[in-house]
Design a protein around this ligand. Structure first.
Ligand SMILES: [Cu+2]
Length: 264
């Protein structure tokens, strides 16, 4: 809703990993996000995401004072100040039927909250069986494979919009499957430990945790190992109220509505 207030009708595209309608070929094209590369990371050589784009090739909406798409020197993480891509060969795309199964994993498994399984598979995937979020980063490679600085590549936002979409689908399925449940029931109880490592969820992953950098005045809370470097160029959010994971769980209230892959 905040975005729509700025630009009426604006939408956030997502990258349909399961590629129902040939998404990969449509996104990674010289007329949109630029081509993919295999092998060692190297600068993108087509599209407006090149370091320098000749004036005649800039689209009408391109900012008049932008010569191209340089990467901030503090955020290039050894990949250089031109947007880089390039990867080793990974298993991709994920099979659509397995993605559907993941979205439907909404009921407790012998007393263990299903979010533990859903979260791990959505984030890490299952090697050689179900590539998901992490593999998507490495499939693109270059800046996208940087844990801290992958948002340099605009495809990051389409990648994470798909994470959010799958999560929203899972949440809707869980609300329907667990009669009388509410959005906070999408999360494991605070005292439940991970069935994988018998530890609580890490900071930033728990229901009441503030979401960095929107942590308000909380001193010492910082999930970024590169915090000082990033903070030097970030706006200061400390005067704003903290935003918690719980605040963001009601996707309907936040104003998101997702079109199915391939369009309505
Ligand atoms: Cu990511």
């Amino acid at each position: 809703m905040a975005l729509q207030a700025e630009v009426p009708g604006v939408t956030l595209p997502y990258w349909d990993w399961a590629d129902h309608v040939g998404a990969t070929g449509k996104l990674f094209h010289k007329d949109f996000l630029g081509s993919l590369r295999t092998g060692a990371p190297a600068p993108v050589t087509d599209s407006v995401l090149r370091r320098s784009v000749p004036p005649a090739e800039r689209p009408a909406w391109w900012p008049a004072n932008a010569p191209g798409f340089p990467i901030h020197p503090l955020l290039e993480d050894s990949f250089g100040t031109s947007l880089a891509r390039g990867s080793v060969q990974v298993s991709w795309p994920p099979p659509p039927a397995l993605m559907t199964q993941l979205e439907q994993l909404v009921v407790d498994q012998e007393g263990v909250h299903p979010f533990w399984f859903f979260w791990v598979v959505l984030e890490q995937g299952i090697p050689a069986v179900l590539p998901t979020h992490n593999t998507g980063h490495n499939f693109i490679g270059g800046h996208m494979s940087s844990q801290a600085f992958s948002p340099n590549d605009p495809v990051f936002w389409l990648h994470h919009a798909n994470v959010d979409r799958i999560w929203a689908t899972w949440q809707a399925g869980r609300l329907a499957a667990v009669v009388g449940s509410k959005p906070s029931d999408h999360y494991p109880p605070p005292d439940q430990l991970s069935p994988f490592d018998l530890k609580p969820a890490p900071p930033g992953h728990r229901l009441g945790d503030a979401m960095w950098p929107w942590v308000g005045g909380a001193a010492g809370y910082d999930v970024m190992s590169l915090g000082p470097q990033v903070k030097a160029i970030l706006p200061d959010f400390s005067a704003q109220a903290a935003v918690t994971v719980d605040d963001m769980l009601e996707v309907d209230a936040v104003g998101y509505r997702y079109e199915p892959p391939g369009g309505p």
